[in-house]
Design a binder for this molecule. Structure first.
Ligand code: AMP
Ligand code: MG
Length: 518
């Protein structure tokens, strides 16, 4: 396995002067050198062939001992220096100070096909940023991160990627429900891949520490390597940089809204500076369409990170990033203009996104009302989001009644006459509206099916794969991995996954709500 290793990050950014791996505040540094922990009995249980190829690793090489040892932290690739990144963050709306890679260790940078990738292990042991925790990860959360990051990629959502899922062979102690019932679980390690793992919090930490010198070094580095089209660093460029981060963040969140993905922990330390979905923790997928839903048990009271609030939180987080960049821009007005534009763009783009989900490609001034009406009825009774939008593409003059979306209702038999009337009224309005479109029903269906996925990683599907994996059976991980490579295609053999969440999963831990314990 011969990789084209690069070292820009560690060579161009300030390193922690202290070499010792003890938990502490790390000043004047973007990262600390650390070594991954050796594990008892490493075993690679799944590899993403698409991701391996992107890095210049052949299928054969992924089966080697060397590959297994590298992606589990048991062997360091020759002439590379692993490191953990220093960052801070706002968690649930409050300033949390230094956080950092508490259990993520960056191995190296690879350049292949003119693309630069950072390879990082999650769950590979302690770092100076581990605070009170152990630096490890368990199998259940690793399966969830591994499957979801690749699924999101195939859904066309900007995201970090995953290369491999491995068992460490060690046991890890976790209290899943935070109720005093800690138990040992299988330890696991995901190797994740991204052009950059920098977060809003990577910039916030220098601003919070009154360190504009290092802030500028980091921003210049980020522009040079990831926003080079913006030109040479200057105040003007910094403003453009913020504008582009703002636009990318909005694009990413609109994708989440389109497919019903709820991140669950949109703290500023979990916001990628490249606008990628990052840190798959207690995320979830909407089953019933519900703006108020959050998968995260830690957030159950305020539901700060609920589905319908994700666009607002994106903006809130961008305010924190604007504050962090202010010391090198020293001008409030352009930052405020950009933040204001986020709101304007959100209204416009969110409408366009919903129109396209409904197969409405020409503008009509009443579309916003039509969409709001739909969102209201969808929440009157539990209605499966994925099934509803997917089956709506079969709508036509001849096929325009409730039976079309019957499969989306969790309790079709007991829907009240009142709700049925609402649906019929909406269908009538929708049919009238479609008459103004120029596409044929077949053409419209094709376009809608390319936007409304047939298959998503429903929470219970991950849980089934996790339960089997805990028994040593990894076949379902592979089956879901293969299924989710083509989320917009009809896959007759996989029709069983185009189904509502089964009732047994309604309140089962891992299937409906998740804690941060991972
Ligand atoms: P998260 O909510 O997963 O984004 O994590 C927030 C912070 O806690 C980050 O700094 C993580 O690196 C850290 N963290 C989470 N779990 C662990 C763990 N098991 N060991 C060490 N640090 C952790
Ligand atoms: Mg995180």
């Amino acid at each position: 396995m011969k990789l084209n290793i690069k070292n820009a990050f560690i060579e161009e950014l300030p390193a922690d002067a202290i070499k010792e791996n003890s938990r502490r505040q790390v000043e004047n540094a973007a990262f600390s050198f650390v070594s991954p922990k050796k594990t008892a009995n490493p075993e690679a249980i799944h590899v993403s062939p698409e991701m391996a190829l992107e890095l210049g690793i052949s299928e054969k090489e992924t089966h080697s001992n060397f590959f297994k040892n590298v992606v589990t932290g048991n062997e360091v690739y020759p002439d590379t220096k692993p490191y953990a990144m220093c960052y801070a963050g706002h968690q649930f709306g409050n300033w949390a100070g230094q956080l950092g890679d508490g259990r993520a260790i960056n191995l190296f940078e690879v350049e292949h096909n003119s693309k630069n990738w950072k390879v990082q292990l999650k769950g590979a042991g302690e770092t100076p940023y581990s605070r009170t925790a152990d630096g490890l990860a368990v199998l259940r959360s690793s399966v969830r991160e591994y499957l979801c990051s690749e699924a999101m990629f195939h859904l066309g959502v900007p995201t970090t990627r995953a290369l491999s899922l491995s068992l460490s062979g060690d046991k890890v102690l976790r209290d899943v429900l935070y109720n005093g019932n800690a138990a040992y679980e299988k330890g696991a390690i995901v190797s994740r891949i991204s052009p950059s793992f920098l977060r809003f919090g990577s910039f916030e930490i220098f601003a919070a520490r009154n360190d504009p010198k290092n802030l500028k070094i980091l921003v210049d580095y980020t522009i040079r390597h990831h926003f080079s089209h913006l030109g040479k660093p200057s105040k003007e460029t910094y403003i453009h940089f913020f504008k582009e981060v703002s636009e990318r963040t909005l694009e990413m969140i609109l994708h989440w809204q389109r497919i019903g993905f709820v991140h669950g922990v949109m703290n500023t330390d979990n916001m990628s500076i490249l606008g990628l979905t990052i840190d798959y923790g207690p995320y979830g997928w909407l089953e019933g369409f519900d703006f108020g839903w959050t998968p995260n048990t830690t957030d159950i009271r305020n539901k700060r990170y609920r589905y319908g609030n994700q666009p607002n939180i994106g903006l809130w987080n961008l305010y924190q990033l604007a504050n962090a960049l202010y010391p090198i821009i020293e001008d409030v007005e352009p930052l405020e203009t950009i933040l204001h534009q986020y709101k304007v763009d959100f209204e416009k783009k969110s409408l366009r996104m919903m129109q396209s989900k409904l197969g409405l490609f020409l503008d009509d001034e009443n579309d916003l009302k039509l969409i709001q009406h739909l969102e209201d009825i969808l929440q009157l009774t539990e209605t499966d989001m994925t099934i509803f939008f997917r089956n709506l593409s079969n709508f036509s003059e001849e096929n325009s009644n409730l039976a079309l979306i019957k499969k989306a209702f969790y309790d079709f038999e007991n829907i009240s006459e009142e709700v049925k009337n609402q649906w019929n009224l909406w269908f009538q309005k929708y049919a009238d509206r479609l008459k103004k479109e120029s596409l044929s029903s077949e053409e419209r269906k094709k376009k809608m099916d390319a936007i409304n996925p047939k298959y998503v990683l429903r929470n219970y599907m991950s849980q089934l794969a996790i339960d089997a994996a805990n028994q040593g059976d990894y076949s379902l991980i592979d089956a879901l991995f293969q299924l989710l490579k083509k989320p917009y295609s009809e896959q007759p053999k996989n029709e069983k996954w185009f189904a509502k969440r089964p009732e047994w999963a309604r309140n089962k831990v891992g299937c409906s709500m998740l804690s941060c314990s991972s």
